[in-house]
Each structure stands twice: as C-alpha cells, then as structure tokens.
Design a protein around this ligand. Sequence first.
Ligand SMILES: Cc1ncc(COP(=O)(O)O)c(C=O)c1O
Length: 390
Amino acid sequence: MRRLPPYLFGKINKLKYEKRVAGIDVIDLGMGNPTDPPDPVICEKLAEAIKDPRNHRYSVSNGIANLRKEVSLRYARRHGVKLDPNTEVIATIGSKEGFSHMCLALMGPGDTAIVPSPYFPIHVYAVVLASGNVITLDVRDPSRFLSNIAYTCENLYPRPKVVIANFPHNPSSTVIESDFFVELVKLAKRYEFLVLSDFAYADICYDGYKAPSFLSTPGAIDVGVEFTTMSKSYSMAGWRIGFCCGNAEMVRALGTIKGYYDYGIFQAIQIAAIVAMRHCDGSIDSLSAEYQERRDVLCDGLERLGWEIERPKAGMFVWARIPQPWAEMGSIDLAMKLLDEAGVAVSPGRGFGDDGEGYLRLALVENQQRLRQAVREIGRCLRQRGLGAA
Ligand SMILES: Cc1ncc(COP(=O)(O)O)c(C=O)c1O
C-alpha cells in the first residue's frame, strides 16, 4: 500500500461530484469514458441472451470458445494476423484487468518493466502491484523511445524483463508506423524482454491513418502479447470485456492467474460481444468519423483561444500544451480552476507523471455542441482572470 500514491485525480473527482450533487452542469472531458451508446444490435443480443437461464451460471475464465474464435477472425480480417483461438486468445474483464494480471504472472521482486511516459497510470501501477520496478521513458519521440530502450537494456543489470508499448498512446496520442514494431521485436529478441502491447485505441483513427497491430509484425508472437478492448471501439466501457492475444505461453500464464481469481465474464455479455465483432465493423467507422469531427471542433476552438494544438491522428484525446501564462499555474491547479469556474472537467497532465506537466488531456467523449460550449466556457473563464486571448 505504501508504494501506491494518493490518487491524483481524487481532488478533481471530488469537486466534480460536489458540483453534480448541487445540480451544476459539468462538461466532462476528464475520462476516456464514451457517452455514445453501443450499436443497438449488441444490446438486443444481450437482452435475448439474458433470458436464457444457462447464461446465468459461472462462465469459463478464458472466455467461451465462440468468443475466442470471433476474436481470431477479427484479427485476421482487420490486421492480417493468424491466431489459434485455443492457445493464443484469452478474454479478459476489460483490458485493464488482463494487463494487470499479466504483470502479476510475469513479474516479481527484482524484475523491471520499461513504461512509456507520460504514463497511463495502470501501466506503472500494475507493475508496482506485482512488486516490480518501473523505468519510465518518454514516448513522444518514438525513435528516441526505441534507442532509450536499447540503452537501458545495455546498461541495466538485470536487464528489463518487460517493455510496455501503447500506440495510439494514452495520454499523449503519439502514434507509430509498423517499422517501429519491427525494431521493437528485434530489440526484444536481442535483449530477451517480453512486450505487452496495449492496443486500446486500435480502431479510433483519423485522416486515413491506420494504427498497426504489434502482432502483425513478423516474430512478434515469439516475444509478446497484445491487449484489445470492447470499451472504446464499441462504446462498451461499462461491460468490462477485452482480450489478450499472442504468445501462447504468456496467454497460458495469464489464464492460470485468472483461473484462481475469476469465473469469467457474464456469459450474456460474451455472446453480445460476438455479435458486436461479427456485425458492427460499420459502426466503428462511423464512430471514428464522429470522434474526428469532435477533434476538429475542439482543436479549432482551442486554437481560436490562442492555444497551439497538435491534432491527434488517433485515440480519444487531445493532449494540449498549456499556453503561457497559465502553464506556470501547474496543470492540476489549472484543471481545478477550469472545473470550478468554467464547469469543464479535464485531466491535468501531471496525473500521468512528471512528463505530463505542462499539458491537459481532453477526452472527445461529449458531443460537438457540448465541446463548443466547453471552448466558450474555457475562453470566458480565462478571460475573466485577465489571462485569455484578446
Ligand atoms: C491505454 C488504455 N489501456 C486500457 C484502458 C482500459 O480499457 P478497458 O476498459 O478495456 O479496461 C484504457 C482506458 O481508458 C486506456 O486508455
């Protein structure tokens, strides 16, 4: 417990809660928690499956066979990756659960993981919970990230056991091309580390960009696994369903841990997830198009306020550098101010580690009208304090 710091978003979440209780409207761009509903066919299948008494029993912790088969078909269709559904695919209770328990399966005291920074908290704390050590490396320049991995492997003894990849990256929205993974696999083989690729934002891509799957790299399956989720692509975040695919030995290790901890995802959810993957590729495309429009609304608006914004090519976030003079305030105080005075919740970059200071992360989860309103309120709030653009 001593290695787990106080939750940095705690203060902001408390204020958000107090405002809601007081009936004050908050435009919530804090979490990547989709507000769009899943495709109706998914909900209809859930409603049907829930009526079958057989689906109310404990399920299997690896995921039912037809679900694992559907995941392997989807990987073949969307990424050209062949997977054995029996040995190379496992269902998880959201990718966060799978990722955390994989760390527990692989790591112990004395083991080190390299984590991309600024970091999504669970990438650090899953390693901490497994009693491992963490080395964070700035991910925003991917080729420097690679050379720093190599440098760390050359100079650290014992060498890192695990390297975490996460592209499209949360929070920085950094993306890569497939040659990045070719180099990563080479390094993994040379320095004998394992790769955990968190591919949560696999499908939310803009302007024709296509995020490469780690598993589509030759040799990747020898050295790692990839985590995917129904939370983002299908707006099923509350359903808690994701997958871990790739190296059979690692998948088996995760299955062993999960066999002790859980009895599997509610079976009706697994059945509805099969339908989602089989029939809803079209909704993913329209969802991406909607996120892209939201990105443009938010970025256009912030640019009008004088912010210099790098438009993300993928993911669900705008990672906005805080302009002067507000940067001096620190991202936590600025986020508190925006929530308190503008009624807009955002995540302070500091919540993603020291490398995140100087930034705010804004999630594209509210509709375009609400995003326009958010920009107006941010502008008004900062002008009132004499700090806004003219
Ligand atoms: C990078 C990343 N990985 C994993 C997750 C968690 O996904 P899930 O809902 O599948 O646990 C998130 C959610 O925000 C995320 O941003």
